[in-house]
Structure formats: structure tokens, C-alpha cells
Design a protein around this ligand. Structure first.
Ligand code: NAI
Length: 300
């Protein structure tokens, strides 16, 4: 098959026993990637474990003529997952951090366990597998990493403080990894998907679940995993045939000077300008903020 291929490339897709991860794994394998289908095989709330989910997806890949091995470790055991890839296929080129769980509950009712487990799987799990994958990618001077955030993190969603915090943690992780990976040709991008899955079955009506197929998300993920991808540090909103970049902007703001004390009322009076995004620009690194202020203060 012509077009973008993954022949000779080894990919780990976490949480690939169903939903979006399964769809990413099937697509990458159909274009020649050797895939580690990782899935703990538990319930949507993070309880339990089992081998069946990962094995089923591997069987599907093999039936279609592709190559895959199952891996049943939790994403918190990143070293073990990467070891599966190295033992089965000898290297690692692609990592899609996709595994996830939900423990939705309003903040006042949230237990420590509800908070911790969601942070563990999404944020600590993404970090754990990436931490193990990064040295392999650095060594070979090639890597493609895709993180999975959520609109709930980017914009907020009632009852999901744990999930939102974890998902924005992932954005922060990717924001800085893009710099640390740059000189090794490791590209790190993030998707905020929407798709029908067993996770969204809890909150979406059946008609929407059926229409928002995971297969509409995977082509973007596969592009971000490909050699031709030159983007890094980007966030994309994707689902149901829709694709868009998401970014943060900082407004022009106001400079009140530092010669005389700034009162609380000064801040109140200037809020419309402080909040105005009419002349907003997109900062590309943390130091952009410092430099803007240093220039306004005429220190540089
Ligand atoms: P899903 O429940 O079908 O897939 C998640 C998979 O992760 C499951 O197969 C589960 O067994 C696995 N998993 C859970 N904990 C694990 C662990 N500790 N180690 C390894 N595997 C584990 O749900 P879906 O929707 O496909 O979710 C995939 C990702 O996309 C998640 O990160 C989710 O938060 C994210 N997402 C999904 C949205 C959607 O509309 N479906 C919206 C926004 C984000």
C-alpha cells in the first residue's frame, strides 16, 4: 500500500484493548507497524484486571495480516511495557499514551482513592511509560509520542476534578517534553478526542455513541506517529470527522508601571483591558512571559 507507512516501526499503544486505543492499534498495524497492545483489562473505574481485551485486539490485528503482541501491565509499570516491546520487536519508535479510567464524582464527595487512582492512571501512567520509552528513542534519534488529554481538562467539566487535573497535567508534561525531545527528533503531541467508547457510554446517548466512531480519531493519531510529522508540542481537538488545533493565547494586557503602588481598585478598574484578548498572541515557551514583562519594565 502506498502513502504513509509504518514498516519497521514499533509502537506501544496503552489501553488498546478497546475504544480509541484499539482503533489506533488496528490502523497503525494495518500500515505495517509492529504493535504492543497494552491493556490492564480492568473496569472503567480502574478496578480489576484481565488478559482478554489485549489478546482479542492482537488476534484481530493478526487476522488482518499484521503483527502484534499483548501486554497486560498497568501503565504505572512503564519499564515492563517497554520491555515487552524490546523483547518482542527489538526497539521502540512510537508511544501512544491512551489508557484511561473515570471516577466521576462532585468535588465535595470525592474520596482520596477517587482522586489518586485517576491521577495515577492518566498522569503518572503517561509519565511512567514515557519515562521508560524516552531513553530508547533518544538513543536512536527518533521518537513519536502522542498524549491523550480531554476537553474536560482543557475547559472543565462538572464532576471531573480528578480527571480534569490529570488531563491538564498531561498537557504540562507534553509542553516541556517537546523541548527535551527536540534535539533527538522526538515529537510529542497531544489529542483531545471525542468518541463513543465504554467510557463515554456512561454519559452519551446511544445515537451519539454510535455516530462518534473511534476510527474518526485514529488517522490524526497515526499522522502524529509518522515520520512525516514535523509538528511537536501541539494539541488537537478531534472527533466525528472534525479536526482543529487548540492553543493558549495571552492578551496584550496592561502595564500599570511600578513607580507608584498599585491598588486593588486599579486592578478592578483595568479588568476589561486585562481580560481583553483582542491583541492576544500565542507564547511558545515559558520565557516569553518573562521577556514581555522585562521589556515593559524597560529592564531589557
Ligand atoms: P476505554 O475505556 O474504551 O479505553 C481505555 C482503556 O484503558 C481500557 O481498555 C482500559 O482497560 C485501559 N486501562 C485502564 N487503566 C489502565 C491501566 N492502568 N493500564 C493499562 N490500561 C488501562 O475508553 P476510551 O474512550 O477509548 O479512552 C481512551 C482515552 O481517551 C482515555 O485516556 C480517555 O480519558 C481519553 N478520552 C476519551 C474521550 C472519549 O470521548 N472517548 C474524550 C476525552 C478523552
Amino acid at each position: 500500500m502506498s502513502g504513509i507507512r509504518f514498516d519497521g516501526k514499533v509502537a506501544i499503544i496503552t489501553g488498546a484493548g478497546g475504544g480509541l486505543g484499539r482503533s489506533h492499534a488496528l490502523l497503525l498495524a494495518s500500515r505495517g507497524a509492529k504493535v504492543v497492545v497494552n491493556d490492564l483489562g480492568g473496569a472503567t473505574d480502574g478496578t480489576g484486571a484481565g488478559a482478554t481485551m489485549a489478546e482479542k485486539v492482537c488476534a484481530e490485528i493478526k487476522a488482518a495480516g499484521g503483527q502484534a503482541v499483548p501486554d497486560y501491565h498497568s501503565v504505572l509499570e512503564g519499564e515492563a511495557i517497554v520491555k515487552t516491546a524490546l523483547e518482542a520487536f527489538g526497539t521502540l519508535d512510537i508511544l501512544v499514551n491512551n489508557a484511561g479510567i473515570l471516577r466521576d464524582v462532585s468535588f465535595l464527595k470525592q474520596s482520596e482513592q477517587d482522586w489518586k487512582l485517576v491521577l495515577d492512571v492518566h498522569l503518572f501512567g503517561s509519565r511512567s511509560v514515557t519515562k521508560a520509552a524516552f531513553p530508547v528513542m533518544r538513543e536512536k534519534g527518533y521518537g513519536r509520542i502522542v498524549m491523550t488529554t480531554s476537553a474536560a481538562g482543557l475547559y472543565g467539566n462538572f464532576g471531573q476534578t480528578n480527571y480534569s487535573a490529570a488531563k491538564m497535567g498531561i498537557v504540562g508534561l507534553a509542553n516541556t517534553l517537546k523541548f527535551e525531545g527536540a534535539k533527538y527528533n522526538i515529537k510529542v503531541n497531544t489529542i483531545a478526542p471525542i468518541a463513543g467508547s465504554r467510557l463515554t457510554a456512561q454519559v452519551m446517548p446511544p445515537q451519539l455513541l454510535e455516530a462518534l466512531k473511534p476510527e474518526f480519531v485514529s488517522p490524526l493519531v497515526a499522522y502524529l506517529c509518522s515520520e512525516v510529522c514535523s509538528e511537536s508540542g501541539m494539541i488537537f481537538s478531534v472527533g466525528g470527522g472534525y479536526f482543529s488545533r487548540v492553543a493558549y493565547f495571552e492578551g496584550e494586557g496592561v502595564f500599570l508601571g511600578t513607580e507608584k503602588p498599585i491598588s486593588i481598585e486599579d486592578v478592578q478598574a483595568r479588568l476589561p483591558q486585562i481580560k481583553d484578548l483582542g491583541k492576544a498572541v500565542e507564547p511558545t515557551q515559558a520565557v516569553d512571559q518573562t521577556m514581555k514583562i522585562v521589556k515593559l519594565m524597560k529592564l531589557a
